[in-house]
Design a protein around this ligand. Structure first.
Ligand code: PLP
Length: 389
């Protein structure tokens, strides 16, 4: 199997897994039981890792909250801000192409009486394809806007959003700015000393860490605005009463290790991955007449370098996937593949439902090789020919 679905998840880097092991088997103390040495040892390892994560993101260590992943982080950020007892503002703004872990949270707020605006993105044929329409964003914000939540980079078309401009617009009216940075952290520069975002969400398994651990940063950025969050998970109050539950030293250490590796190796990885992305695209264009690309141009400041989203003439993405079972890729986001509707990201780009259904997503990662890409091209082209012949 050739794995080309690195936006859905990435394999855990063996160097990360190696760091976790002693904290699972040997040093298994509860980091919140600090009355004895084993607990203190676990707490100290967590504190060190929080420091690493924070400094890599450009914030203070006490601004990082550990969660089970970006879904929980997005829920906590959006619900937590809007449902806080002292929140007076009743308007939430997001984009039409967010992950369901944002869209479903705002939809539930809407049902509960909040006003929600979903700002469109520029169409596929526009030079800013996939980027949020900043004029419409500015026009919708008012002094009732509690929160603007716009992702940093998209999981289907890899578009990178204009973060500085969104932050400036959101803050004009005193709204907070949350960004689902799940596809950005570890792949591109996410420096909260440079970009004025109040909260970001991420998941370790998108940057070669384990699944089931993620983070939410809170107000640790440039302006350190006051963020009041209503906790979702209550209990022992372990993380400053904002998120209860015993923390896992192995997971936190793994996330810190994975983040350090991803950031220190990012330039090299980006160069390799970008070459393999061109190799894949060129191979598909040569083998499949009329194939076209969805989303922004392959420019590293506009699109994640490993992302390719393309549209086939004549056949549905699902059929192509079934015909190419030795290649792992996806016909939409993995997280919504239970849902038979065409991708809302692609229809949000202005594609018709039929065009969206004829589209697939590839995500190339650091463990792919040029040889794998060559073999994948052969399999993909042969699969397409079998279906259309
Ligand atoms: N946000 C984005 C942009 C994602 O790509 C994903 C996962 O695909 C998530 C949130 C949810 O992450 P998790 O399933 O790790 O909670």
């Amino acid at each position: 199997m050739i794995y080309l679905d690195n936006h859905a998840t990435t394999p855990c880097d063996p160097r990360v897994a190696e760091q976790m092991m002693p904290w699972l088997v040997e040093h298994f103390g509860n980091p919140h039981s600090t009355s004895h040495e084993m607990g203190r040892q676990a707490k100290s390892a967590i504190d060190t890792s929080l420091g690493v994560i924070a400094s890599r993101l450009g914030i203070a260590a006490d601004s990082v909250l550990i969660t089970s992943g970006a879904t929980e982080s997005n829920n906590l950020a959006i619900d937590g801000i809007c449902r806080h007892p002292r929140q007076r503002r009743r308007h939430v703004v997001t984009s039409t192409i967010e992950h369901p872990a944002v869209l479903d949270v705002v939809a539930r707020l809407e049902k509960d009486g909040f006003r929600v605006t979903r700002v469109p993105v520029h169409a596929n044929d526009h030079q800013l394809a996939g980027q949020i329409d900043l004029d419409q964003l500015a026009a919708t914000i008012d002094d009732d806007t509690a929160l603007v939540s716009v992702h940093w980079a998209n999981n289907e078309i890899g578009v990178i959003q204009p973060m500085e401009s969104i932050a400036e617009i959101a803050h004009r009216s005193g709204a907070l700015f949350h960004s689902d940075a799940t596809q950005a952290v570890g792949r591109i520069d996410v420096d909260l000393k440079r970009v004025d975002v109040d909260l970001i969400s991420a998941s370790a398994h998108k940057f070669y860490g384990p699944k089931g651990v993620g983070l939410l940063t809170i107000a640790g950025g440039m302006a350190a605005r006051r963020v009041r969050l209503k906790p979702m998970i209550v209990g022992g109050g372990q993380q400053r009463n904002l998120r209860s539950g015993t923390m896992s030293p192995a997971n936190v250490i793994a996330m810190a290790t994975a983040l350090e590796l991803a950031i220190t190796e990012s330039a090299l990885v980006a160069e390799r991955v970008s070459q393999m992305r061109s190799q894949l695209w060129n191979g598909l264009v040569q083998g499949i007449d009329g194939i076209s690309s969805n989303g922004p141009p392959a420019n590293p400041s506009r699109r994640l370098v490993g992302n390719l989203n393309c549209r086939l003439p004549g056949i549905e993405g699902e059929s192509w996937m079934a015909a190419c079972s030795d290649v792992a890729f996806s016909s939409g986001s993995a997280c919504s593949s239970v849902d038979a509707k065409p991708s809302h990201v692609l229809t949000g780009l202005g594609l018709s439902e039929s065009e969206a259904r004829r589209s697939v997503r590839f995500g190339i990662g650091k463990f792919n090789t040029p040889d794998q890409i060559d073999r994948a091209i052969d399999l993909l082209v042969a699969g397409y020919q079998n279906l259309t012949r």
